[in-house]
Design a binder for this molecule. Structure first.
Ligand SMILES: Cc1cc2nc3c(=O)[nH]c(=O)nc-3n(C[C@H](O)[C@H](O)[C@H](O)COP(=O)(O)O)c2cc1C
Length: 182
């Protein structure tokens, strides 16, 4: 049997930051093949609403979004810092490019078939507030890409201004457990 593949969308600009700490913990529990898409270093343009996808079941822009469109993974993790209550700009750009799925369904009448997959969300936030919008948008990304997201597969390290994620034992343990479960 082929090893299961995981794609981790890493929405942090900081290579050794809080999101990276959570991803490290998740990866320590995770088996199979893993690839990371570093959203800040990848070349992923935002959707420009050119409407090519209204008549073609794909995107006109050819860039690193290929890694997502390939749909060759069995688990999908959205990991991001919270910016203004939501996800970071390059993750928003990536999310906008999922418009091809909406267009295929509504304009072409033929949804793009996706591999069923399991999902997880890792969030890091400097403040103590619950990042409801970041969670909602992460859930939307996973749903559009065919990933189920059980509530227990969401881990967050909040209050990183006071306690960086690498010192947040509860969040790291939860991320590791999610990795094992995925
Ligand atoms: C532009 C910007 C906006 C931010 N907005 C929020 C916010 O709305 N809520 C919050 O809790 N933290 C916010 N933060 C703090 C980051 O989420 C926090 O420092 C996080 O732990 C950074 O993760 P990283 O080290 O993985 O990049 C913001 C940080 C930046 C730079």
């Amino acid at each position: 049997m082929k090893p299961l593949k995981t794609l981790i969308i890493n929405g942090s600009p900081r290579a050794r930051g809080d999101t990276a700490a959570l991803i490290g913990a998740l990866r320590s529990g995770l088996a199979g093949e893993v690839s990371e898409l570093p959203a800040y270093r990848a070349r992923i343009s935002p959707c420009v609403d050119c409407r090519f996808c209204h008549t073609n079941a794909r995107c006109a822009i050819d860039d690193d979004m290929r890694a997502v469109y390939a749909d060759d993974f069995d688990r999908l993790v959205v990991a991001s810092p919270v910016y203004y209550g939501s996800l970071t700009p390059p993750v928003m750009a990536l999310a906008s490019r999922l418009q091809i799925h909406h267009a295929a369904k509504h304009f072409l009448g033929a949804p793009i078939e996706l591999r069923p997959k399991r999902g997880a969300v890792l969030l890091a936030g400097g403040g103590k507030g619950i990042p409801a919008e970041a969670r909602r948008l992460s859930r939307v990304i996973l749903r559009i890409l065919g990933a189920e997201l059980p509530e227990e597969n969401v881990a967050s390290s909040l209050n990183t201004d006071e306690l960086p994620a690498r010192g947040d034992a509860a969040a790291l343990e939860k991320a590791r457990e999610i990795g094992e479960r995925l």
